[in-house]
Design a protein around this ligand. Structure first.
Ligand SMILES: [Zn+2]
Length: 181
């Protein structure tokens, strides 16, 4: 059984003897699906759908499944590139400037290019692989400098500046990019 919704398209409805409530979910292709108790009428499902429309809209990852597939593919490529390149590059700058870190983690965050935890882990976003090399290097140097300074104090920026004389320009240029895929 399925219903056709003007916004969400065809929605599959699964009736389940175990279901106590109407439950909305997103299937593997990114489409909305509904499971309901067996005695639930189509009219009632539509009513509940209407009531939850905004909430459902916000929870859908991307409305266009083709776009979602393209993003998944790009994420895969960036992850592969990041794993091949970033450990080597981080190591290069760390050795050059005498920094020690415990481990490197790869992140997919939508808002941060990198971070450094107090336990000594440096996280670098796979989205760095979309950046020009100079900006990628700047982010790595920025995170390495956080090993000595946990804040963005004058001393921190002085240290970044000692390793990257164009850091102000790079910091500004970075605002034209977003880490998210
Ligand atoms: Zn920072």
């Amino acid at each position: 059984m399925s219903i056709v919704d003007p916004e969400f398209g065809e929605i599959k409805i699964r009736k389940s003897a175990w279901a106590k409530y109407i439950k909305f979910s997103i299937d593997t292709s990114g489409k909305l699906a509904i499971s309901t108790p067996t005695n639930c009428s189509e009219k009632y499902v539509k009513k509940i759908l209407e009531k939850n429309r905004t909430k459902i809209r916000d929870s859908l990852p991307v409305k266009d499944p083709n776009l979602q597939r393209a993003r998944d593919a790009q994420k895969k490529i960036l992850t592969k590139k990041a794993k091949e390149y970033l450990p080597y590059r981080l190591d290069f700058w760390a050795k050059k400037f005498g920094y020690e870190y415990k481990q490197l983690r790869f992140s997919h965050a939508n808002t941060r290019w990198g971070s450094r935890s107090s336990s000594g882990t440096i996280s670098l976003n796979i989205g760095l692989m979309k950046l020009p090399e100079a900006l990628r290097d700047y982010v790595i140097i920025h995170e390495l400098a956080h090993i000595n300074h946990m804040d963005h104090s004058t001393a921190f920026w002085a240290e970044v500046g000692a390793h990257d004389p164009h850091y102000k320009y790079h910091e500004k240029a970075l605002k034209h990019y977003t880490p998210g895929v």
